[in-house]
Design a protein around this ligand. Structure first.
Ligand code: NAP
Ligand code: ZN
Ligand code: ZN
Length: 346
């Protein structure tokens, strides 16, 4: 066991504070990673506030982790000391179910072992990346290509894969019209990746406040959802809409923007129930679907894609003692476009 400095929420809704945690000894197939950077995902805030239901405290959030391997177990074959490594939302899974065998570990029948707010195979609570070191089985670790910086690559481990996976699954490419609702952490990655895939990309944001950024990130169009003309003029336009909003929306209004056979893929996970009427989906064979992060192999594919296309997050690098302030700014949609903690400041 190693004692490691970390930032933790001692209880639901309590401010995060500096503490120490124990990391397990490096096992046969484990790698020890010196964490350099960790992104702040809105999911960290939902969980630290128990917005999704009962959670495990103290909680060390953080599932957008990049760093360097400093020790490997005797059975490790994929990593060596000095390798640049990343860890996302999952630290393990059953490895035997249909989904795990298909590379869809995020949909593991037993539920994946989340990087934090879960119980590990050793029966101990898992603790995330707001900490200086982490021990993870090598099969749940990905390689960060040299062409990516460790700080701007960290958010790719959740925001990047969560948008890349549905864009690929719904075959986005040239000739496809994609809309992204919400220009936050997920949204700004979705725009860049959809653009890199060759799609025509529209941002649907609450206001035009971030329009210049959206266009610079690769959007072809940027519309305010507060303007009713947006919904009139874009009716029947999109093949695919990615919803990245962390709060409930008027889904009927967004379904009307889909063309025949279009799909709205929901990524945002609001704490409150949302209402969807089946009448609002009927006609034009529209569908509503969901998507959760991505599998381990797909996460590696996404990192290699981002390296090739020079896609990364736009970040505001902060000290660990600024984390509570950063949470408030994320909740106020005042993030451009991901806060990343420099873990040397923990
Ligand atoms: P974020 O950075 O806070 O971005 C969310 C964006 O949604 C905001 O920047 C804002 O964009 C828009 N928004 C916020 N409140 C709104 C409201 N009341 N009405 C309309 N628009 C609003 O959050 P994130 O880290 O990208 O995460 C977004 C959601 O996805 C969270 O619920 C998170 O838990 C979930 N998530 C899901 C997965 C998955 O696997 N499915 C993975 C990661 C995260 P504008 O200012 O442009 O309107
Ligand atoms: Zn996340
Ligand atoms: Zn499984």
């Amino acid at each position: 066991m190693t004692t490691v400095a970390a930032y933790a929420a001692p209880a639901a809704r309590a401010p995060l504070e500096r503490t120490t945690i124990e990391r397990r000894a490096v096992g046969e197939n484990d790698v020890l990673i010196d964490i350099a950077y960790v992104g702040i995902c809105h999911s960290d805030i939902h969980q630290a506030r128990e917005g999704w239901g009962k959670a495990i405290f103290p909680m060390v959030p953080g599932h957008e982790i990049t760093g360097v391997v400093t020790e490997v177990g005797p059975g490790v074959t994929k990593f060596e000391v000095g390798d640049r490594a990343g860890v996302g939302c999952m630290a393990d899974s059953c490895r035997e179910c249909e989904n795990c065998r298909a590379g869809l570990e995020q949909y593991c029948a037993d539920g994946p072992i989340w990087t934090y707010n879960a119980t590990g195979k050793d029966g101990q609570p898992t603790y995330g990346g707001y900490s200086q070191k982490i021990v993870v089985d090598e099969n749940y670790v990905v390689r960060v290509p040299d062409a990516l910086s460790l700080d701007t690559a960290a958010p790719l481990l959740c925001a990047g894969i969560t948008t890349y996976s549905p864009l690929r699954h719904w075959n986005v490419g040239p000739g496809k019209k994609v809309a992204v609702i919400g220009l936050g952490g997920l949204g700004h990655m979705g725009v860049q990746i959809a653009h890199a895939l060759g799609a025509d990309v529209t941002v649907l944001s609450q206001s035009l406040r971030k329009k210049d950024d959206g266009l610079r990130l690769g959007a072809d169009h940027y519309r305010a959802t507060s303007d009713p003309a947006t919904f009139e003029e874009l009716a029947g336009t999109f093949d695919l809409i990615l919803n990245t909003v962390s709060a409930p929306l008027d889904f009927a209004a967004y379904f009307s923007l889909l063309r025949t056979d279009g799909a709205l893929v929901n990524l945002g996970l609001p704490e409150e129930p949302v209402q969807i009427t089946l009448q609002s989906l009927s006609g034009n064979r529209r569908s509503v679907s969901s998507s959760g992060i991505g599998g381990i192999a797909e996460t590696q594919e996404m990192l290699d894609f981002c390296a090739e296309h020079q896609v990364a997050a736009e970040i505001e690098l902060i000290r660990a003692d600024q984390v509570n302030e950063a949470y408030e700014r994320v909740l106020a949609s005042d993030v451009r476009y991901r806060f990343v903690i420099d873990t040397a400041t923990i």
